[in-house]
Write a protein that binds this ligand. Structure first.
Ligand SMILES: Cc1cc2nc3c(=O)[nH]c(=O)nc-3n(C[C@H](O)[C@H](O)[C@H](O)COP(=O)(O)OP(=O)(O)OC[C@H]3O[C@@H](n4cnc5c(N)ncnc54)[C@H](O)[C@@H]3O)c2cc1C
Length: 447
């Protein structure tokens, strides 16, 4: 019997360690950092924030001692090589937290960038960028989306060869963590006349090169607009970048010239399923909160938990979460089994990416609604969790574009029927069945 939902005791011990570490260390730190005030209620000063960063480094060391740093990486890159199924079980614990991925060395966008470098970089590039990035010493950003378009066919930012150099010009949008990054991985058009999949290349661009301009550090809703104009590298954000005649050495090219769009699929496929894994954790947290609230709150003489409509909502959330989690685990198992992003796997990744947004939306909404006014207040984590639903539906490709891809991949498994009526048209099937079973009956009759 090959299907087994259990895990071996050694891995269960690692899950238990992470569970406790997250509860004891990371969840309180998340709350503290979001609040940003010290024990007397005063805003943290620079020295306070430096101490927080030092504390994060200490926690990262504890993770390294457990052999869990960069747990998404294979042994060839210094990770434990757990495989995707085990990654699901760990990522869903980290999905409850904000700082968890940073403390475990598996935060986006660095994780996807490391995968890109591992697959495409030359030995020199690996030494210069990948190795320090793996050690947590360099930070990176992935720079693909443009202000006027999120879709490769519309991109304009270009790199033109000039002697031994490339000259980069154009604008990029929503590059997460770019203001804090040491280097950027930039997608640029290198030959607009080639077929779409060969038009772009990727470049490693050091952030402090002349001509790299941060127009604004854009934040998501909930942050004051004025913060978009503060570019101090202290906080995250999604940069609006402009490249003004940035001169890159020839060896800034990452992978083959023209391989940018195809290469980016490796990065994005891995990143998409990791988002889905963490969404399992977010949804589980929302359901836990809803259940506790339902058991604790009373209305019209009984607990919310005793009301059939509330029970139905909780049951719906539970079923959606279980189905989603199993689908994510199945997709992870497929990747582990085949070891690459085949067409079948890309179809499942598109499916879980689409579901992640829907499930996140539905389960968190129900939890918020069940909490009434408290749910809409800023006194629970639900508001933050609610924001992840629209993010999930857009980042790494919109739900619609994934549905389009999924449908195309699905349809490749079928053939059109040239007949006037479809292959499953009952009159035709009845006639075939009569002929087939008729022969059997004849045989029985003859016996
Ligand atoms: C939190 C977050 C972090 C991000 N980080 C990065 C990053 O680090 N680097 C980076 O390069 N980008 C990043 N992005 C940008 C992200 O990759 C794009 O938002 C995404 O690719 C969609 O592009 P767009 O925003 O331009 O939307 P558009 O392409 O303009 O799409 C907008 C809407 O148009 C509709 N639409 C689009 N395509 C189709 C279609 N094929 N069929 C039907 N309807 C369609 C959908 O309703 C879609 O939501 C991030 C986005 C978010 C939200």
């Amino acid at each position: 019997m090959a299907i087994d939902f259990g895990v071996e005791p050694e891995f269960q011990a690692q899950i238990d360690w992470i569970e406790e570490f997250v509860t004891q260390e990371i969840e309180p730190l998340d709350i503290f950092v979001a609040d940003g005030r010290d024990v007397s209620g005063e805003p943290l000063d620079r020295a306070g924030w430096r101490a927080v960063k030092a504390h994060i480094r200490t926690l990262q060391e504890r993770v390294k001692e457990q052999g869990l740093w960069g747990f998404h990486l294979g042994p060839e890159l210094g990770g434990p090589g757990l495989g995707q199924v085990k990654l699901c079980l760990l990522n869903e614990i980290l999905g409850r937290t904000r700082l968890g991925p940073t403390i475990f060395g598996c935060a986006a966008p660095d994780t996807g960038n490391m995968e890109l470098l591992a697959h495409n970089a030359t030995d020199e590039q690996k030494k210069k960028y990948l190795e320090p990035a793996l050690a947590g010493e360099l930070r990176s950003a992935y720079v693909m989306t443009e202000p006027h378009a999120g879709e490769p066919g519309e991109f304009k930012c270009s790199a033109v060869r000039d002697g031994d150099e490339w000259v980069l010009n154009g604008e990029k949008w929503f590059a997460s963590n770019a203001v804090r990054a040491d280097f950027l991985i930039v997608m640029a058009i290198t030959d607009p006349d080639k077929p779409l999949l060969e038009r772009a290349s990727m470049f490693i661009v050091e952030r402090n090169l002349p001509g790299v301009e941060v127009v604004r550090n854009v934040h998501t809703f909930g942050t004051p607009l004025s913060d978009n104009f503060v570019i101090d590298g202290q906080r995250g954000g999604h940069a609006y970048l402009r490249f003004n005649d940035v001169r890159l050495p020839a060896d800034a090219l990452l992978g083959e010239e023209g391989s940018g769009f195809v290469g980016s699929q490796t990065r994005l496929s891995g990143g998409r399923i990791h988002h889905a894994m963490r969404a399992v954790g977010t949804c589980k947290k929302a359901l836990d909160m809803a259940c506790e609230r339902a058991l604790s709150r009373r209305a019209k003489g009984e607990r919310l938990a005793d009301k059939q409509m509330v029970q139905a909502e909780l049951a719906d959330s539970y079923i959606q979460l279980k189905q989603f989690r199993l689908h994510v685990l199945y997709t992870a198992w497929l990747i582990d089994t085949t070891g690459s992003y085949t067409r079948e796997i890309r179809k499942e990744i598109a499916a879980v990416k689409i579901t992640a947004a829907k499930v996140n939306h539905d389960i968190v909404y129900r939890a918020i609604h069940l909490h009434g006014s408290l749910g809409m207040s800023n006194e629970t984590a639900l508001g933050d969790m609610w924001m992840s639903a629209p993010f999930m539906g857009v980042m790494d490709g919109s739900t619609e574009s994934h549905k389009e891809n999924l449908a195309k991949l699905l349809l490749r498994e079928y053939e059109p029927c040239d007949d006037l009526f479809p292959t499953y048209h009952l009159p035709k099937l009845q006639q075939e069945a009569r002929e087939k079973i008729g022969k059997v009956i004849e045989q029985y009759g003859a016996a």
